[in-house]
Design a protein. Structure first.
Length: 366
């Protein structure tokens, strides 16, 4: 009977490296002190490091020093996995490549590694959403937007029709309910056109502008009334002169921009506090400003607002709460530019930001 030779440590290491390199997702293998024991080829490509450069280093040394918020969140996830011997999933923004400050959104899972009854380290498996699944993420964002936008008019139509079919409504009440069905149906048609435009913008297709001469004050009052009915817990203040000039623009697209900005401010406010919508006129354009009371942002973070998706920092007092990711204002910026305006972010106070955009003063619809 042939003698069986037990595998050496070197054999085990080579076998582990071979298995890791067959995995298409990026993998880090860390010990209990969070030193990197191995990474696979996919991780090298995503990180921009060579394998021999990172073996033995702490993961703190691999991520650039500019990404202190990455360290905090990853430490939280890793400590949770190692301390409780449990798998932890995450969706996080990481600055991955040395000499490159571009933030990459990654999703993944941390697996605790067990040895002799206790946790000896962890394996992090992750993939870049930014480069690998951007299309899927945009599709998910679009479906979420469509579902949210169509839910309210559909519920209103269903409620009105149920009341009529029950036979309890008077003739006058029935006419009122049927009028509500007609109005809500029109609103759904408008929303569907908005969603179609949004889809076309996201895919880079040309969008047709439907310009008409309209008053700015009635437009913002309509959007404000809708927002207040949807989010009564929010305090929305309007500051606009009644003498603002009428402009020729695409009403539906301007309303979509304002809805997106107000909802963005609501998310930054954590669904509480005050939002201000201010409108002023200059010689050649109208300036709209949506102000919130959310966390302050540095210059880099202000630019991230116009990504497809970006992170909201936890507020002071929230401890080690993980970062929350929200849909950014990428589509909103494209819409404003399509309307001939510009959009930017300012931070006039210690807390909160202003998202400002302009629309040119045009009085002809051609």
């Amino acid at each position: 009977m042939p003698t069986q030779t037990l595998p050496t440590t070197k054999d085990k290491t080579l076998f582990l490296a071979s298995v890791l390199n067959y995995i298409k997702d990026a993998v880090w293998v860390l010990d209990a002190d969070l030193r990197i024991l191995d990474i696979n080829t996919a991780a090298c490509q995503l990180l921009g490091w060579r394998r021999e450069q990172v073996i033995g280093l702490s993961y703190y040394d691999v991520l650039p020093a500019t990404s202190s918020f990455d360290h905090k969140n990853l430490s939280q996830y890793l400590n949770q996995s190692i301390s409780y011997a449990e798998e932890v999933s995450f969706l996080h923004g990481l600055t991955l490549s040395p000499g490159n400050d571009r933030t990459t959104i990654v999703e993944g899972i941390i697996h605790p590694l067990m040895g002799q009854g206790y946790v000896t380290g962890a394996a992090i498996v992750f993939r870049s959403i930014s480069s690998h699944t951007k299309t899927e993420r945009l599709q998910a964002d679009f479906i979420s937007m469509a579902s949210h936008s169509l839910r309210n008019p559909l519920m209103s139509i269903q409620s009105s029709m149920d009341y009529i079919l029950e036979g309890q409504a008077s003739e006058i009440k029935s006419k009122h309910l049927l009028e509500n069905v007609r109005v809500q149906s029109q609103k759904m048609a408008i929303l569907l056109q908005e969603l179609l435009d949004t889809s076309q913008i996201a895919s880079g297709k040309e969008i047709l502008l439907r310009t008409q001469l309209l008053g700015v004050v009635p437009l913002i009052e309509t959007v404000a009334q809708e927002f207040r009915s949807l989010y009564p817990e929010m305090l929305l203040q309007l500051n606009a002169l009644s003498t603002l000039p009428a402009i020729a623009t695409d009403k539906i697209k301007v309303e979509l921009v304002l809805r997106n900005l107000l909802n963005h401010a609501r998310l930054r406010n954590k669904s509480r506090g005050r939002i201000r919508l201010t409108v002023n006129s200059r010689s050649k354009d109208i300036v709209f400003s949506v102000s919130d009371e959310g966390a302050s942002l540095d210059i880099e973070q202000r630019g991230q607002i116009f990504w497809h998706i970006y992170s909201l920092e936890p507020e002071k007092g929230e401890g080690d709460a993980p970062y929350e990711y929200v849909i950014g204002l990428f589509i909103t910026r494209r819409l404003v530019e399509l309307l001939g305006g510009s959009i930017w972010v300012t931070q006039p106070n210690a807390k909160g930001i202003d998202v400002n955009f302009t629309l040119p003063i045009r009085r002809h619809t051609g």
